[in-house]
Design a protein around this ligand. Structure first.
Ligand code: 5GP
Length: 114
């Protein structure tokens, strides 16, 4: 069985997260140690979309990064965030700590209540 990461536990509801958006494909929640006024994490929800890292992508999971980027764009549009930074950390040498593929969303703008 694959190792259960902290993000598996968040998806399973075993540990709480400050969720700001959810649909059938993605969960978006606030990073516990924010490095910008808005610092969110986007993770795929479907079990078949799970991949530990960009370094582990295969033909069956190659759509996942694009899906996360598009969800980030829709989220930004929805909240009138007109500037943001998107980051994937890849591997330990790239600063990745949680081996459940995720997209960081950073913005200097504070999330408005919608
Ligand atoms: P990485 O370095 O793997 O790209 O990023 C992992 C991120 O997950 C870090 O920015 C870290 O602060 C965040 N993180 C780690 N554990 C938790 C947690 O239990 N809850 C939340 N919301 N974020 C977490």
């Amino acid at each position: 069985m694959e190792e259960q990461t902290v993000f598996h536990k968040i998806l399973a509801g075993e540990i709480p997260a400050d969720t700001v958006y959810e649909d059938e494909e993605v969960l978006i929640f606030k990073d516990i140690h924010p490095k910008a006024p808005t610092h969110l994490l986007l993770i795929p929800k479907k079990p078949e979309d799970f991949v530990p890292s960009i370094a582990d992508l295969s033909e069956s999971t190659q759509h996942v990064p694009a899906m996360l980027i598009l969800k980030a764009k829709h989220f930004a549009d929805m909240h009138d965030i007109n500037g943001y930074k998107l980051t994937f950390h890849v591997g330990k040498g790239g600063g990745q700590e949680v081996f459940f593929l995720h997209l960081h969303f950073f913005s200097q703008q504070i999330l408005s209540a919608h």
